[in-house]
Design a protein around this ligand. Structure first.
Ligand code: GLA
Length: 658
């Protein structure tokens, strides 16, 4: 059994194959975190120590006992305003304007199976594979109710956490901060791994000691971002790939987020991950509820390879869905680096013919096929085929490509609107903008206001009608700018700060609709490469374009950083032309192949224009792909050497589970 409640000790113990997580309802009804680590049993409250710590106050209930302090005891869901002066997970502004929340245990339920979160992606599992614990907490003064949700997948060493808030107080409250997971560590000297980057160089690994003060990462860009990935690893100083203790948190969310790690006055460590608190003030009327997204937790006592494998398995089997979860992915050739905007139906057809000769399975027509889009400064929103380029129309082209024996895929950037588009001329109010201000442009485009229901319908129909019009089996869903100048003419003044979150919910609703109507579609998400590479998007698409940097050598580092949390089966990786378009480096064709084979595998070049000796290697590479695709997709991945560290060579292995 994964979840055990012990009435005598009032402890909740979450057991997985190799790990134990424990919390306790203490004498005053507070929920204390006792332990997360290597598997054990029994009540762990002997780990708690009580001393009179100066300038760390005591709750009223403790009376004259100065050894009991919210500021020093490990909290399961620390709240602002009740005597815990560390950074907290939850800050609420009550109807009377006060900023305080005092949550006490009310009740709990244990259920077979894993909870779902309505409208949000989350880990899923069968009744045999998982259990759910729901702990109801209440502020007895205001009536604000919080449900702490735990999903336990024992065989995978995975625990998930989420939080929902219900306003049962007498007036409107505001949520100013809500982190989905918080972990307190009483002991240990830790280092923090975070994953920073920029466009075309995502998920670099940074490993630094946890120091006094707060170390914080996050995004205020509306997407999870190139700059920080929504994941963190806490590792003991001695922890390597193959030994030592380490903990991961990964946020199943695709918008603004924050992660915080702090060392407190007693050298205790707190780690939290959840929604970004900047530009977040969520009003809740009496009776309304807010559901926070989910965080995935895992712990390994056998180093980071094992930690990654736990997460890989969870993401592959319990986040990714659909036909391609376990099926061979087609080897695709993408027109972007082959032709950019400079193509016609005929050149696409020629590319497909040449691709067929070297055993490629699918042709993907990237940006440039719609509106009057011959460069990146117009037409987003005008999802009508440009018949000056694609003479004969899309269906004709798709049929011709199918006749050669190749499948057909297509690119969209559905969430965007170019100022120079028919859509913007008709509906300027559909763009996210603050009335009376000129909005920031990025790639000369604005973002559509996905809080508007009619915009969601328009966007959906734009994509779906194209898919219904021809035999298209793959979509690359792109998103090429951040959100700024947040304003919606649809929302009330007070709702404006909900826009970041509502936007993400809109993206999820769109993709859910898409995979429901087209269950066999292979969806690949993308955001200027890897700006939305997160478990949230992987719930809809089993693969994401890893980076716009296709240089094999830089990809070693990008893919290594990505692999700390994400399985190889999710990493869009292609062989591209040389000198590389992003960095100008020349690498052997064979090297480019090997690096792309550690991902979803495909090509991003004009096969008719590359040197003959390179072209000749493609059938060999596709053969290798067919030999190893299952292993790469399903196997246990080990980082052995790191080019990022040694700047000389890289080495990894994938071992079959048997
Ligand atoms: C983004 C993507 C690229 C390509 C272009 C098209 O940058 O990451 O792969 O699709 O958009 O504009």
């Amino acid at each position: 059994m994964g979840i055990i409640y012990c009435e005598k000790d009032r402890t909740f113990t979450l057991q997985t194959k190799n790990t134990t997580y424990q919390m306790q309802v203490d004498r005053y009804g507070f929920l204390l975190h006792l332990y997360y680590g290597k598997k054990t049993d029994g009540c762990m409250d002997y780990l708690l120590t009580y001393y009179d710590r100066g300038f760390s106050g005591n709750p009223y209930d403790a009376g004259e006992d100065r050894t009991y302090s919210m500021d020093t005891l490990p909290q399961e869901f620390p709240c602002y305003g009740n005597g815990d002066f560390r950074s907290t997970a939850f800050a609420v502004e009550n109807a009377d304007g006060s900023m305080s929340c005092d949550l006490r245990y009310k009740s709990h339920v244990i259920i077979d199976g894993k909870y779902n979160l309505e409208g949000l992606p989350a880990v899923y599992a069968s009744e045999e594979e998982a259990q759910t614990l729901e702990i109801l907490m209440e502020d007895p003064v205001t009536g604000v109710k919080v449900v702490l949700l735990y999903g336990v997948l024992p065989a995978q060493d995975i625990i998930t956490r989420s939080v929902s808030v219900k306003n049962e107080s007498s007036g409107k409250i505001y949520l100013n901060k809500i982190e989905s997971a918080s972990l307190d560590f009483l002991y240990g000297d830790y280092e923090l791994l975070t994953f920073y980057g920029r466009h075309a160089m995502e998920r670099n690994v940074q490993r630094v000691p946890v120091v006094h003060g707060t170390q914080k990462i996050g995004s205020v860009r509306g997407t999870s971002s190139h700059q920080y990935n929504p994941m963190m690893i806490l590792a003991e100083k001695e922890t390597t790939e193959d030994k030592g203790n380490c903990y991961a948190m990964s946020f199943v969310y695709s918008g603004c987020f924050q992660g915080e790690v702090l060392k407190d006055q007693l050298n205790q460590t707190r780690m939290m991950l959840g929604l970004q608190e900047e530009a977040f003030r969520y009003p809740l009327e009496t009776g309304e509820m807010f559901q926070a997204p989910e965080v995935i937790l895992s712990y390994s006592s056998e180093g980071m390879n094992r930690l990654s494998q736990n997460l890989h398995h969870c993401i592959r089997q319990h986040i990714c869905r659909g036909k391609y979860k376990e099926e061979i992915r087609p080897i695709l050739i993408n027109s972007w680096e082959a032709a950019y905007f400079d193509f016609t139906g005929d050149t696409i057809y020629e590319l497909a013919k040449a691709a067929k000769e070297v055993n490629i399975d699918m042709l993907v027509m990237d940006d440039g096929w719609f509106g009057v889009r011959n460069s990146d400064n117009c037409s987003l929103g005008d999802w009508k085929v440009n018949t000056d380029k694609i003479t004969g129309g899309l269906k004709h082209l798709v049929d011709e490509v199918n006749k050669i024996g190749l499948e057909f895929g297509i690119w969209f950037e559905p969430e965007m609107i170019s100022p120079n588009s028919d859509l913007y001329r008709a509906h300027p109010e559909w763009a996210i903008q603050i009335p009376g201000r000129e909005a920031t442009q990025s790639r000369q485009q604005y973002v559509l206001d996905l809080s508007r229901p009619e915009v969601l319908d328009y966007v959906y129909e734009s994509v779906a009608s194209i898919l219904r019009s021809a035999n298209i089996v793959y979509v690359k869903w792109d998103m090429n700018r951040q959100l700024s100048d947040l304003g919606s003419t649809y929302l009330e003044a007070e709702e404006q700060q909900e826009l970041f979150h509502r936007y993400v919910l809109g993206v999820y609703a769109l993709q859910e609709r898409l995979v429901t109507e087209f269950p066999d579609l292979l969806l690949e998400n993308c955001s200027g490469g890897g700006a939305r590479f997160d478990p949230g998007m992987l719930y809809y698409s089993p693969q994401i374009w890893c980076s716009d940097d296709t240089d094999a050598i830089e990809r070693l580092m990008i893919q290594e950083g990505t692999s700390l949390i994400y399985p190889l089966s999710t990493m869009g990786a292609h062989v591209s032309d040389c000198p590389n378009h992003a960095v100008g480096r020349v690498t052997p064709f064979e090297t480019r192949g090997h690096v792309a084979l550690a991902g979803t595998f495909g090509y991003e070049l004009d096969v008719t224009k590359i040197p003959e000796e390179d072209r000749k290697m493609i059938p060999e590479q596709t053969k290798m792909y067919h030999k190893y695709h299952e292993l790469v997709r399903e196997g246990d991945y080990y980082r052995i050497a790191s080019y990022r560290e040694n700047h000389l060579y890289d080495c990894w292995a994938v071992a079959s589970k048997d």
